[in-house]
Design a protein around this ligand. Structure first.
Ligand code: ZN
Length: 130
């Protein structure tokens, strides 16, 4: 996927300070703070910066961690980076189109994929299906 050029100044106007901190400075939202946690409707979850569709509602599950969780991403929609911050060995998940930070992926998922995408709800916009 070709990387989109992001205008940081424009983005600061478009996003809330919390969203900007998470998406562009790799922050983390407080657990149980996202309204999307209890979103069980059908649709697609898209990147709050560029609108790239990242996760389908079918992949969403309740992990109990306090962050929206998915067992798989739309193929090609996300990219993975090693994250050794805080002395931990984690895999960062970022939007493949605009490079924005989304969350992390762990290998302890309950579904067939074995993956648990732990995603900040502030990074997502839901495109609801009728
Ligand atoms: Zn994006």
């Amino acid at each position: 996927m070709t990387k989109m050029q992001v205008d940081e100044q424009e983005l600061k106007k478009k996003l809330t300070p919390e969203q900007y901190n998470i998406l562009r400075q790799k922050g983390t939202e407080a657990p149980f703070s996202s309204p999307l946690l209890n979103e069980h409707g059908k649709g697609m979850f898209a990147c709050a910066v560029c609108g790239n569709e990242l996760f389908a509602s079918d992949a969403k599950f309740d992990s109990g961690t306090g962050w929206p969780s998915f067992d798989q991403a739309i193929p090609g929609a996300v990219e993975f980076h090693h994250d050794g911050n805080f002395g931990m060995d984690r895999t960062e998940v970022a939007c493949a189109k605009c490079g924005s930070h989304l969350g992390h992926v762990f290998n302890d998922g309950p579904a067939a994929t074995g993956k648990r995408f732990c995603i900040n709800g502030a990074c997502l916009l839901m495109n609801k299906q009728e």
